[in-house]
Structures are given as structure tokens and as C-alpha cells.
Design a protein around this ligand. Sequence first.
Ligand code: VGL
Ligand code: ZN
Length: 205
Amino acid sequence: MIDDTSALLIIDVQKDFCPGGALAVEEGHAVAAVINGIQDRFPLRVLTQDWHPADHMSFADNQGVEPFSVTEVHYGDQVMWPRHCVQGSEGAAFHEDLDTDRADLVIRKGMRPEIDSYSAFFENDRTTRTGLSGYLKDRAVETVYVTGLATDFCVYYSAIDAIKEGFSVVLVTDACRHIDLDGSLAAAMADMKEKGVKFVTSDEL
Ligand code: VGL
Ligand code: ZN
């Protein structure tokens, strides 16, 4: 399965998305050991890092609204999140259990104050590119294996955008954990299946 046209995509394994963090995902830290166990087998590893300025539009406290409420913005619905992954903060650092020494590329996202960015490929307007698609194509990647946090937000959008960009996509289920806000997990899983994302566990790789 894994060959020289494969790449491993490691989404947002940061302290703020792990227990004790500002936007903690249940068992979020547990993905690190699974990812560490498979990353050597890939010829290419790309990490993403959610990296917001303090005045970011997705922070509920900047908008005076309740965390996890939904607001209509210029590109559609946007969840208002607790303040998280502020540039340079401890919470924005990669979780200490994740081995980042072998990262080929780190993509930071969500840096523009007026727009959020869940996907590793596009900002939330679904049109502004991060450059990842071009990088992977330059490196002759054909299949992207997706891991990290959270299954129903940044992992989901990265997976469906990778499909849209013409890659084969495999989600490594035990290397992901979810948030599940108002049915977001079931919706994300159904959409990924429909779009052709394949699902495997790390021991099937
Ligand atoms: C994420 C919400 C806000 C994620 C990032 O990594 O899934 N979720 N920012
Ligand atoms: Zn964020």
C-alpha cells in the first residue's frame, strides 16, 4: 500500500487540541503514538499547525458570543471557537509526544484575522490555496494518508480537499480523534465515504 508516491499528512497535533488544552479533543494526545509508529514508513511527512493571530475572527471572545455557537460570515457558517492555538503560545506548540524531527514540511494555517482555515489545502472560503497541493504534486505524490485532529473538522476538510485536488485519500482511523459538535462526526464520515476516502487502521497499513 505505502509506496514512493505516498505522503503522510499529520493534522494539528497541538497541545490546545489535547487534554488540558483550550479546545481539547477527547484522547487527542493518543494519536501521537500511533503516528510515531507509522511515520518512518512514508517517504514524505507533512505537518499542519493551526496558527491564529490574537484578533482572529474564529475566537468567540473576539466576537462577544458563546463558544461553539455558529455565526454567518462572508463565506458561510463559521463555528465560534474558544481562543486556541494563538501564534507563539504554548498551546499552539506540537504535542510533546509527537515526533516532529522527521517533518519534511510544516504548513501553518489560519493566520489571516478575517478568515479561518480548517483544511491543509484551502482556507475556509474554499478557494484561497495554502500551496500544499502544488508541493505534493511537485513531489510526485499520488496518495495522501490523513491523520490527526480533529476527524470532523480539520482532518475532514483536508481529506475532501485532497480528493478534490485529485489525490487518492486514506484516513487512518486510529490516528485521528474527533470533536463531534451537533452531529458533525456522522456528517463528516458520510461525506468522506461518499467522496471516495478509504478508511484503514494503522495495523492494516
Ligand atoms: C480545528 C477547530 C478550530 C481542528 C482547528 O484542528 O480540527 N478545529 N481550529
Ligand atoms: Zn483553529
